[in-house]
Design a protein around this ligand. Structure first.
Ligand code: FES
Length: 72
């Protein structure tokens, strides 16, 4: 399922970014290029990142304030 329509990033790309070592929402955004345009996908990308990180047993994503900075 496409989560970021601007960058055409699907849920599998988010999972792959975490599997490849991304351990924060910011890192997922950098690796996938999601969230760089309208930002409308950020809640969905955050949710998918949280899910992937839980499954991977790593820390939680960055606070929302960091997300806004990463997306800007
Ligand atoms: S839908 Fe992701 S930046 Fe627009």
């Amino acid at each position: 399922m496409i989560l970021c329509h601007c960058a055409v990033v699907d849920h599998r790309a988010i999972d792959a970014a975490v599997a490849e070592g991304a351990c924060s929402l910011r890192e997922v955004l950098v690796r996938t290029r999601a969230g760089r345009d309208c930002g409308g996908c950020l809640p969905a990308v955050r949710q998918q990142t949280e899910s992937a990180l839980r499954l991977a047993g790593t820390r939680h994503p960055a606070p929302s304030s960091e997300v806004v900075h990463a997306a800007g």
